[in-house]
Design a protein around this ligand. Structure first.
Ligand SMILES: *[C@@H]1O[C@H](CO)[C@@H](O)[C@H](O)[C@H]1NC(C)=O
Ligand SMILES: *[C@@H]1O[C@H](CO)[C@@H](O)[C@H](O)[C@H]1NC(C)=O
Length: 416
């Protein structure tokens, strides 16, 4: 047999062995590959694909704020702090701004907590303006594009609209100075003024170690059909139940509180994480709260998320095929939830469970310390890398100005 034919046969043989191996592997540990609309990108390594310059700001914009309230490190908006730490030691960081693709401004705008731990966004706009003023006068890069090659982490309720009440947030809109920047935020809802096109939606921060200590053996049967723990009504702020989670949670309670297939309650048991590993479906009635940790928990514990939140944009939606992994339910269809879930064919459920079992899926939802390949930090970088190269049109002509520094509420213009 001549050389090339022999080589060809070897190749075919190798491919067959690989394929059989994959099947065998699939039998013992059933997982499935994950591809989103951007392709098979969850496991991409961003190193070498982008360079990020981290502005050095006075510590009053970041470290000092954290010193005042270390609770910010465990808060669901803590991604703004961990992202900063991650970038400082990341191989994608460059100390030479001339070669940077992206510029990052480390400003902790959500680390102002009430005694109860709720973040207050009232100072955020002034603080952000102050930081932008500083970078734009000390470095030439902001003025070059007016922020179009800059990204900001704004994990607050309604992102860079900086208000926790939706009406007020809509009225404010995205801080005018951030209109050209890429915003990395937990808030994601289609056709909403607080979500700019091109933003990167991230999961809320959930403490990784805390969840890992509650893992139970993988083979534990899933004997709970539907599971949910949390508030159904926000009695203090919304006694009618129409506004909180846009009424979706209230509707779940009213329709299914006595249904034996539904294990739902306001009581938060000590076995909460274990229970999720014993459940087939975990409700994520996110309504106005896309930053709720429920989705992250469901993914980590392999419980199929049932997403009840019209128009939601879920984390890393171009890398993760959420439609295939979860179940999406229109808010108006909550009364039919039992019929909808019981009529999903078994093979569809099994496929969703295999997708959820993919370790890269879980990794993408977490901000671990130290960072690990494929985690949420890396997904943010991959998302930024996919936006490169920048279009030439982002660079302004000499003398050209697009942003209006005096636009927005007058109160925002006061110095910080
Ligand atoms: C950038 O533009 C602002 C406002 O037009 C100006 O005040 C500032 O000095 C400029 N920055 C640099 C580094 O030239
Ligand atoms: C900037 O915004 C302010 C406040 O809305 C407005 O009065 C002013 O005319 C705007 N300037 C430009 C150049 O559009």
């Amino acid at each position: 047999m001549n050389g090339w034919r022999w080589g060809f046969l070897l190749l075919v043989y190798a491919a067959l062995v690989l394929k059989t191996g994959a099947v065998e592997h699939g039998r013992t540990q059933p997982t499935e590959r994950i591809s989103g609309s951007a392709g098979d990108v969850l496991e991409d390594n961003p190193v070498g694909r982008l360079k990020v310059f981290v502005y050095e700001l006075p510590s009053k914009y970041n470290k000092k704020i954290l010193q005042k309230d270390p609770r910010c490190l465990n808060h669901m908006f803590a991604a703004e702090i961990y992202m900063h730490r991650f970038l400082l030691s990341s191989p994608v960081r460059t100390l030479n701004p001339e070669e940077a693709d992206w510029f990052y401004t480390p400003v902790y705008t959500t680390c102002d907590l009430t005694p109860n731990g709720l973040p207050l966004p009232f100072k955020s706009p002034r603080m952000m303006r102050s930081a932008i003023q500083l970078i734009s006068s000390n470095w030439p890069y902001w003025n070059r594009t007016e922020g179009a090659d800059h990204f900001f982490v704004v994990p607050h309720d309604f992102g860079a609209c900086f208000h926790y009440q939706e009406e007020k947030a809509i009225e404010r809109g995205i801080l005018p100075l951030l209109q050209r920047a890429t915003l990395v935020q937990t808030f994601g809802q289609r056709n909403h003024v607080c979500l700019n096109e091109g933003s990167i939606t991230i999961p809320p921060y959930a403490p990784p170690q805390k969840m890992q200590t509650h893992l139970i053996p993988e083979k534990t049967p899933r004997s709970i059909f539907v599971y949910f723990r949390g508030l159904f009504y926000d009695v203090g702020n919304d006694p009618e139940g129409g506004y909180y989670a846009r009424g979706a949670r209230a509707a779940v309670w009213e329709n299914f509180k006595d249904n034996p297939l539904f294990d739902i309650s306001t009581e938060h048991p000590t076995t909460y994480y274990e229970d999720m590993q014993r459940a087939v479906f975990c409700l994520c009635p996110l309504g106005w709260a896309p930053w709720s940790p429920r989705l992250v928990e469901a993914v980590i514990f392999g419980c199929i998320p049932v997403i009840i939140a019209d128009d939601i944009v879920l984390p890393f939606a171009d890398a993760i095929p959420w439609e295939e992994i979860g179940v999406f339910l229109d808010e108006k269809d909550v009364p039919n939830l039992d019929t909808i879930l019981t009529s999903i064919p078994l093979d569809v459920i099994l496929r969703k469970q295999r997708l959820l079992a993919n370790p890269s899926m879980k990794q993408a939802m977490l901000f671990p310390q130290p960072a690990q390949p494929g985690d949420a930090f890396h997904q943010v970088l991959n998302g930024l890398a996919r936006k490169l190269p920048h279009e030439k049109s982002i660079y302004l002509k000499p003398g050209e100005k697009i942003l209006n520094w005096t636009a927005g509420p007058v109160g925002d213009l006061k110095p910080w």
